[in-house]
Write a new protein. Structure first.
Length: 185
C-alpha cells in the first residue's frame, strides 16, 4: 500500500535523487568553490566565533573551512547531537577533536561552548533552500531548535546549486536563513 507523502518528504526524495546524479568528485569540486566563497564572505571574515557543521558524505564539505578558520584565529564551534532532538555547540580545535557520534558521523568531543551568545555566524546544511532562505532539513528539527537559542547570529545556508528550488514548504517553527550560498550565483 502506498502512503501519501508530505510536500517536505517529496522534496527530500527529489533532492536525494538529484544528488545521485553527480559524482563524489563533482560534489567535492563544488564544495571547494562554496568553501572559497564562505572564506571570502564579509560576515565570516569579521566574525570571531563561527559555528559550522562537519559534513555528511552527501553534504557540502566544510572540513577544510573549519581548519582554515581555525588557522585564521577564529573560534570554531561544531554541533554535537546529544539526543534525538537537540544539538549542543562544542569547541573545535582540530581533527583530533572528532569521534564517531550518534548517527555514525564525526562529531566534536571537545568542551561544550556555553557562551552561545558569542556565536556570530552559523553555517547551516540543508536538503534544500529557496530564494527566501527557507530551509528543508532532514526532518528532525535539530537546527530549528538550536537557532531559536541564537536569534542574533547571522545564518548562512549552504547547498549545491541543484538543491535550490523555487519554494520550500515550511511550518511555523522553521527559521529562514539570512542568506544561502551555493556553487552558482
Amino acid at each position: 500500500m502506498d502512503y501519501p507523502t508530505s510536500p517536505k518528504q517529496q522534496l527530500r526524495k527529489t533532492i536525494r535523487q538529484r544528488k545521485k546524479q553527480h559524482s563524489p568528485e563533482q560534489r567535492q569540486a563544488w564544495s571547494d568553490e562554496i568553501e572559497r566563497r564562505l572564506l571570502a564572505h564579509p560576515r565570516i571574515r569579521a566574525a570571531q566565533v563561527v559555528m559550522l557543521y562537519y559534513a555528511l558524505p552527501d553534504e557540502v564539505d566544510t572540513r577544510h573551512l573549519a581548519d582554515a578558520l581555525l588557522a585564521a584565529g577564529k573560534t570554531v564551534v561544531l554541533p554535537k547531537c546529544v539526543d534525538d532532538a537537540h544539538i549542543e555547540p562544542r569547541l573545535y580545535t582540530g581533527p583530533a577533536d572528532l569521534a564517531e557520534g550518534i548517527y555514525n558521523l564525526l562529531e566534536p568531543v571537545g568542551p561544550t561552548f556555553n557562551d552561545i551568545g558569542r556565536i556570530e555566524v552559523v553555517v547551516v546544511p540543508g536538503m534544500s533552500f529557496d530564494d527566501e532562505g527557507h530551509r528543508l532539513g532532514r526532518g528532525r528539527g535539530y537546527y530549528d531548535r538550536f537557532l531559536e537559542q541564537v536569534p542574533e547570529a547571522y545564518t548562512i545556508g549552504v547547498c549545491y546549486h541543484f538543491q535550490r528550488v523555487a519554494h520550500v514548504p515550511t511550518d511555523p517553527h522553521d527559521r529562514a536563513m539570512d542568506e544561502v550560498v551555493s556553487n552558482r550565483a
